[in-house]
Design a binder for this molecule. Structure first.
Ligand code: 5AD
Ligand code: SF4
Length: 435
């Protein structure tokens, strides 16, 4: 049993966890292969944020139900933590169920599997541990993820994360800075700081840095040209973060600040611990920044009890903020959560209608916003090349995709270039190489 395959669902935290899991497996002598069919050990790193995401892993497992000979299946991540040993009942060919708070125990668990153990679990949430490993297999050659805080201490009424990722645990600032330096030496120029709520980062060492201090320090590491972070919680989003972005050019001028709803009444039912007005205060700080900051958000439509008036308040908020991009979702009932018991669930068709209305509304805002970029010159990190359109794919500091043409024949991949924006659409910009 020495080859493995891993498939990852869900957020960037999960993507990065998988990179660390791969590093751990390779250190233990396993070899990664490209398909589940050829692997002896099959890992699914799962997401349970919405019901649809959760179903994906069971669909995958179903494919192998009849023909799982010679294979060992492991379910990792949020579905593993949420469903626990019930997964063995639903899918008897699974041998390992392990949540993210137990990844430090993976080497031990692998030994148990190798010894022929058919039911291995790592489900404790009662932990102070963070998952730090010297060997991380990173997928992207330019941008590297660094986890700074794991878990979540909030209790939003709709959200599984506090149940799947456990309580908040921050890494020491020294270890984050050391990893940033190491990444810079390896040639990475962009770092993305990760956490369920990066704003509540609190250095456990005596230095006791807060998030803004850590962010600024990572931006000062030699060789690091761009620092991003996700995700933020409006309640803990304080002014020093905006001041750091305004004064430190290595910090990308983009903030993802999930609002979830534009109605204070719904926000209260969601237990978000801020009002619409408090949220808009944070937006006002950002809009007043001398360095223009792109703002993106997450919205849930159809939370139990959301009226047409509440929904209209969310649309009005989109107009007021003029987000650069919005991730929008239909409310999905999740196990263990407070909202599960709420009455006045919104019918599925009505949720779909609100989602479509909201997305079209936001599309128009993005068309207007992106049109403002035409004529400007933007610095891009070149992330890819599109053979079909013969265009390079660039990414601006504000996290916009900027596709551009370049007459020269040199390889621009991984380089920072200036691009003149000539056209715009709702989801991207297009332009020409400037220099
Ligand atoms: N239903 C729908 N969307 C949800 N999200 C979190 N929980 C749910 C749920 N139960 C959304 C939120 C969050 C994003 C990552 O997923 O908008 O910010
Ligand atoms: Fe999905 Fe949330 Fe878990 Fe990320 S933390 S994998 S979004 S459930």
């Amino acid at each position: 049993m020495k080859t493995f395959y891993i498939e990852t669902f869900g957020c960037q935290m999960n993507a990065h966890d998988s990179e660390k899991v791969v590093g751990t497996l390779v250190t233990e002598g396993y070899q990664q292969v490209e398909t589940a069919e050829e692997a002896e050990l099959v890992f699914y790193n799962t997401c349970s944020i919405r019901d649809k995401a959760e179903q994906k892993v069971f669909n995958r497992l179903q494919q192998f139900k009849k023909d799982s000979k010679g294979k060992t299946f492991a379910v990792l991540g949020c579905v593993a933590q949420q469903e626990g040993e019930k997964i063995f009942e639903k899918a008897p060919h699974v041998s390992m169920v392990c949540g993210s708070a137990s990844y430090n125990k993976l080497p031990q668990m692998l030994v148990q599997l190798e010894a022929g153990n058919k039911r291995v679990t790592g489900l404790s949430l009662d932990t102070e541990d963070t998952f730090e490993t010297p060997m991380t297999r990173r997928d992207n050659p330019h941008r590297a993820y660094i986890t700074i805080i794991e878990g979540c201490d909030k209790s939003c009424a709709y959200c599984v994360v506090p149940f799947t990722r456990g309580p908040e645990r921050s890494r020491t600032s020294a270890s984050v800075i050391a990893e940033s330096r190491q990444l810079a030496e390896m040639g990475y120029s962009e770092i993305m700081l990760l956490g369920q709520n990066v704003n509540s980062y609190r250095d456990p060492s005596p230095a006791a840095w807060d998030f803004a201090t850590l962010l600024d320090a990572v931006g000062r590491v030699e060789g690091i040209r761009r620092v991003r972070f996700t995700t933020s919680h409006p309640r803990d989003f304080v002014r020093p973060i905006i001041e750091a972005i305004a004064t430190n050019p290595s910090l990308c001028n983009h903030v993802h600040l999930p609002v979830q709803s534009g109605s204070s009444r719904v926000l209260e039912a969601m237990r978000r611990s801020y009002t619409r007005e408090e949220y808009m205060q944070r937006i006002a700080w950002m809009k007043a920044s001398p360095r223009a900051i792109a703002i993106t958000t997450d919205v849930i439509v159809g939370f139990p009890g959301e009226t047409e008036e509440d929904f209209r308040a969310t649309l009005a908020l989109l107009d007021e903020v003029e987000y650069d991009s919005v991730f929008s979702f239909k409310y999905s009932r999740r196990p263990n959560t407070h909202a599960l018991a709420l009455e006045d669930q919104i019918p599925e068709e009505e949720k779909s209608r609100r989602l479509a209305v909201l997305q079209e509304h936001q599309r128009q805002i993005q068309i207007r916003r992106n049109a403002d970029y035409v004529g400007r010159v933007e610095e891009c990190l070149v992330e890819g090349f599109n053979k079909a359109t013969v265009q390079w794919i660039g990414r601006t500091s504000q996290h916009k995709t900027l596709n551009f043409v370049h007459a020269g024949s040199e390889d621009l991949l991984g380089r920072y270039v200036d691009v003149r924006v000539t056209r715009s659409g709702p989801n991207s910009l297009a332009g020409e190489y400037a220099h």
